[in-house]
Design a protein around this ligand. Structure first.
Ligand SMILES: Nc1nc2c(ncn2[C@@H]2O[C@H](COP(=O)(O)OP(=O)(O)O)[C@@H](O)[C@H]2O)c(=O)[nH]1
Ligand SMILES: [Mg+2]
Length: 185
């Protein structure tokens, strides 16, 4: 039986590196320029310790000044959300708050502070983000799509969270409560 892909929506302010992180993860490439208006979906497979090989679909959202567009596309699409800001712009960190309102409340989410290679130009402290994340129960990863730091770790963590949630939902949906898988460990 084919396993349904886990659907991840990558959201965040313009220019933070949503496309760069997505393409680093899917193709292991980095380009200096990406078309900021293109919204694209990628299919890939992710190896997880707990769930083996899982099909994953990623939507790299764009047009983030148009909230209607954002709302219609990524809300209906995403089962898990990657919230991206750039550590070099405090404004992009602040924007996550309003984006969060639009993301499905019970969907797994993680936060990426991208452009960690530009730490000399840092405008958001780790302590500040970690406090924000802790309040909401999100994990935080600092990444550099450019230098290939932590991008894979972040995506894989989110995929595992989503897979866990799906398993949990299914087990719960069986209803009888008796036949749920034991979970070996
Ligand atoms: N130095 C640095 N630049 C980055 C990084 N990620 C993205 N960029 C650059 O930031 C700009 C915006 O990236 P893009 O992926 O198009 O942002 P998006 O609008 O969120 O999709 C581009 O010029 C990228 O080359 C990074 O990790 N480090
Ligand atoms: Mg983009």
């Amino acid at each position: 039986m084919a396993v349904e892909p886990i659907k991840i929506a990558v959201i965040g302010d313009g220019g933070v590196g949503k496309s760069a992180c997505t393409i680093r993860f899917v193709k292991n490439q980095f380009h200096e320029q990406y078309d900021p208006t293109i919204e694209q979906t990628y299919s890939t497979t992710v190896e997880t310790e707990e769930f083996g090989s899982l099909p994953v679909e990623i939507i790299d959202t764009a047009g983030q000044d148009d909230y209607e567009n954002f709302r219609s596309v990524s809300i209906s699409y995403g089962q898990a959300f990657l919230l991206v800001f750039a550590i070099t712009s405090h404004k992009t960190f602040e924007k996550m708050e309003s984006m969060l309102v639009e993301a499905k409340e019970d969907a797994p989410k993680i936060v990426i502070g991208n452009k960690s290679d530009l730490s000399a130009d840092r405008k958001v402290s780790v302590a500040e983000v970690e406090a924000w994340c802790k309040e909401r129960g999100f994990k935080y990863f600092e990444t550099s799509a450019k230098n290939n730091i932590n991008v894979r770790e972040a995506f894989v963590d989110l995929v595992q969270q989503a897979a866990k949630k799906r398993q949990h939902t299914r087990t719960g949906a069986k209803g009888s409560g008796a036949a749920a898988t034991g979970g070996n460990g």
